[in-house]
Write a protein that binds this ligand. Structure first.
Ligand SMILES: Nc1ncnc2c1ncn2[C@@H]1O[C@H](COP(=O)(O)OP(=O)(O)OP(=O)(O)O)[C@@H](O)[C@H]1O
Length: 311
């Protein structure tokens, strides 16, 4: 069953195109990743799906129904974990989840049970009477998730839920996504962290400048650049390096600098390592280490756009 169908979706803000004619189709049970740098249009897409923004063009169907014409039905079936925390500091953890679950029409003991179930799910049941103002960033984020799931939505949308939180909470959140998925929820997960998307998502759309530039499983996306390899060279200093000169070396497809690591994507079958090293030696660059790596989604993004995901 299709949980979400997006057809030719476009959103303009005063003439600026934030989402540019994208189409997506997400099946029940998927953990779908929207990967892209800041400003790619991920949050706008999510706000359109959630019915918080009206599209300029295109159609969105959730569980087969148009999200604007059947807004109550679709809202009942979606849980949104927004990028910016949406919790009330002067309500307890319990009252926060109760407030959001109440908006979905839950009442009485069913409401109390669902609130406690959601708090238990995110590991905050012991803290139900505490006020979130005393919570760590990760705990607030987990409370935000509890608020989004208490009404047991079929589709859960998480907008960069691990930004700025400690590793313990991060792992907790990633594990909870797997658990929600095992319980039958379909998940849309946006991030500009390639590692997370690679780790948890069954299928991924790469967005840039409002467009979907590639879509598939991690393996399918990497197959786009299967005839290449990555060479990472750690150097002591980068001042003497001219990236454009390395790009001119036969077989080199992309070159980027990540602090003091030169990341080169190069065609397989062309032995150009000597030339690359020769260039660096001529520039009197001291080499710390050299590593050949399997390409990952970062390389896919760089190959497709010429830029790093986290520029
Ligand atoms: N209400 C708005 N009015 C005008 N421009 C907007 C509005 N909302 C978003 N934009 C612009 O649309 C583009 C896409 O923004 P969006 O927040 O969807 O990107 P994103 O991929 O979610 O990035 P981030 O991770 O930074 O949130 C950006 O250039 C942003 O400045």
């Amino acid at each position: 069953m299709k949980v979400l169908e997006v057809k030719n979706l476009t959103k303009k803000f005063d003439g600026f195109i934030a989402v540019d004619n994208i189409s997506l189709s997400i099946n029940e049970g998927e953990i779908f990743g929207l990967l892209g740098p800041n400003g790619a249009g991920k949050s706008t897409t999510i706000n359109l799906i959630a019915g918080l923004l009206r599209s300029s063009e295109g159609e969105i169907k959730i569980l087969g129904k148009n999200n604007m014409k059947h807004s109550r039905y679709t809202k009942m079936n979606i849980g949104i974990v927004p990028q910016d925390l949406a919790i009330y500091e002067d309500l307890t953890a319990f009252e926060n989840v109760k407030f959001f679950a109440g908006l979905y029409g839950l009442r009485g003991t069913e409401l109390t049970d669902r609130v406690q179930e959601a708090l238990e799910f995110v590991g905050l049941l012991d803290m139900q009477r505490a006020y979130p103002k005393n919570f760590s960033g990760g705990m607030k984020r987990r409370l935000n998730i509890a608020c989004a799931i208490a009404h047991r939505p079929k589709l859960i949308i998480m907008d960069e839920p691990t930004v700025g939180i400690d590793p313990h909470s991060r792992n907790y959140i990633l594990q909870s996504i797997h658990k929600l998925n095992e319980m039958g929820c379909t998940i849309i997960y946006t991030s500009h962290y390639m590692e997370e998307v690679e780790e948890i998502c069954t299928r991924i759309s790469i967005m840039d400048h409002g467009k979907v530039i590639a879509e598939g499983t991690k393996e399918q996306l990497i197959a786009i650049i299967t005839n290449t390899k990555d060479i990472w060279i750690e150097v002591k200093s980068v001042e003497q390096i001219d990236i454009e000169k390395i790009k001119e070396i036969n077989g080199v497809k992309t070159v980027s600098l990540d602090k003091n690591v030169i990341k080169i994507n190069s065609e397989i079958g062309i032995n150009n390592l000597n030339n690359i090293l020769l260039y660096l030696m001529n520039q009197k660059v001291e080499i710390g280490s050299l590593e050949e790596r399997e390409p990952n989604l970062e390389t896919v993004f760089l190959t497709l756009t010429g830029r790093n995901l986290r520029d």
